[in-house]
Design a protein around this ligand. Sequence first.
Ligand SMILES: [Mn+2]
Length: 350
Amino acid sequence: MSKKQSARFRPSSTRTVPRFAGVPTFLRLPAHDNPRDVDVMICGAPFDGGTTYRAGARFGPKGVRNASALTRGFHPAQGLDLFEHLRCADGGDVACIPMSVDRTLASITARTEQIIAGGALPVFVGGDHTISLGPLRALAEKHGPLGLIHFDAHSDTFGPAWDIDLHHGTVFRKAIEEGLLRPRDVMQIGIRGPFTAANDLDYARKAGLRIVMMDEIRNDLGAVAREIQARAGTGKYYVSFDMDGLDPAYAPGTGTPVPGGMNSYEALALTRALVGLDVVGIDIVEISPDHDPSGNTTLLAATLLTEMLASVAATRIAGAGARVRRATKRRTATPRPRTSTRRPKPRPKK
Ligand SMILES: [Mn+2]
């Protein structure tokens, strides 16, 4: 892409508009409606009508836009400025109906169809986890059933609540029932108890989902990262990040917090492992800013968003799937910024 193009769809310069100033947008990007002009279109899905415990995720998009004041584009792990490789824009909020799950999902599906028809990567900031069904329906219609990298404390494959079958705790069971996912290519990462009953994960296990419990992450973070990367070349993937996958110490601003989750570093490290996967859609959900006066939850959500997009950028440079090894090679060959601390010289081999 030309420099002129990338200059238009990147964050505004902090020399012109200081970080604390300006109209808040996702990642300080230009507000722009037409997906044909960009590689990535980030939209808010301000809906929490699918929550079973405390509401508030309808304010997630607004909170992440405010926290985006502190996001940055150069990611040392990938050795690139994501905005030099991806033209990104804030596509505004999808029209959500506060008390209608069905009409809200229809609205999100329609917006996703429009974004993918324009050739851009759809990214949604929620909203509660119910919203994921919207993009999944549109993307599976286009690509067929998708793989899923799903970060969460909960499996979200549970049964109906109060006889209502579709809510934020059932969204991936619904997606499987609708044939939107390839169950063997679903990784649920950060799952933990306590559970309501011993059979809480029965549906997920019988469906063949790969459940990565928190203990596995704590015992060997690198092994989990490698398992994500090993999915490269196995088809198209959707990435769904529920903020309650994090420990409430790091992300208290969420609807259904569960102690004992990932810390910020672990979550960031695992999103870096998405390099090489053919990612066709992303969401980050269950951000409830009013439950976190510190603002750390929204800052972490905005940072995870940039980290996932940096992985997408690194994948596009090298090509998805089989060519992931080249990506690794190129990344290490990319010059480090001058400000970075020098690495110690490797010891001579004996
Ligand atoms: Mn969830």
